[in-house]
Design a protein around this ligand. Structure first.
Ligand code: 5GP
Length: 238
């Protein structure tokens, strides 16, 4: 499938149209950003590594019955996906306190949670993705009650599948962000990506960070650790 016109250029990916209006091409670039685009860098091979990790994870999720927009890998930096009308919210699931939650609530990073926590954020770089709740979503008509129920259910289903997959790889799935959208027929499916850019992954033994916090916190060797995540997940194409 050939990419035709640039539809949307995000901070790390570009979305292209194809000849089929139901299908889009997602290009994973080497661009890396943090703090709503304030910190930027080009990291060699990051696009390729994230493209392949995403394909692997989406495969695990589809196999477990989570409908995803991912169709197939096209080449090193491109994947074919189904076109979605995106819901403008981010769904965050947390298993361990870290990052924004630790800062907001004054809880030490690494504190285990009695059960997984779900949070909604409104997608807006200009507003720094403010935290919202269910009633903001229905009040502004960003999604329906039924969509909210479905997004929460799918987000926790993803947690079951991926906590297990990462644990088998000696990695703790600390937290992650998901985005959902709707197919032309109204079906809600998982969109965007699941890569170390949008989750926290800690080595289960040492606690070493293996995700984008290496970039945000200037810890270095970002792509090296992403590759290590892929290898531990048993990926052969990295
Ligand atoms: P926090 O709220 O702690 O900053 O983020 C929680 C989790 O969601 C982290 O794994 C973080 O990487 C991910 N996350 C939250 N917002 C974004 C975002 O706008 N972009 C990306 N790539 N990940 C995000």
């Amino acid at each position: 499938m050939q990419k035709r016109q640039e539809l949307y250029r995000g901070k790390a990916k570009t979305v292209w149209t194809t000849d089929d209006p139901q299908l889009l091409v997602m290009e994973y670039r080497n661009d890396t950003s943090a703090f709503d685009g304030v910190k930027l860098a080009q990291l060699d091979r990051k696009g390729e590594v994230n493209n392949k990790i995403n394909a692997h994870i989406m495969g695990l999720l589809e196999a477990a019955g989570v409908a995803c927009h991912f169709v197939k890998l096209l080449d090193e930096q491109h994947s074919l996906v189904k076109s979605l009308t995106m819901i403008p919210v981010e769904c965050v699931v947390r298993n361990v306190a870290a990052g924004g939650m630790s800062k907001r609530l004054g809880i030490a990073e690494g504190t285990k949670l009695k059960h997984a926590v779900f949070e909604f954020f409104y997608k807006s770089d200009a507003l720094h993705d403010p935290m919202i709740n269910d009633s903001h979503i229905t009040a502004f008509d960003w999604a329906s009650e039924a969509d909210i129920v479905a997004m929460k259910k799918l987000s926790f289903q993803v947690n079951e599948v991926l906590q297990r997959a990462f644990a088998q790889a000696g990695i703790t799935l600390v937290d992650y962000k998901l985005e959902f959208g709707k197919l032309a027929d109204g079906t809600l499916v998982l969109g965007d990506e699941f890569t170390p850019d949008g989750c926290r992954l800690w080595d289960a033994q040492t606690g070493e960070k293996m995700d984008k916090d290496r970039f945000r916190r200037d810890l270095g060797d970002v792509v090296h650790y992403y590759l290590e995540v892929g290898k531990r997940l048993g990926m052969k194409n990295l």
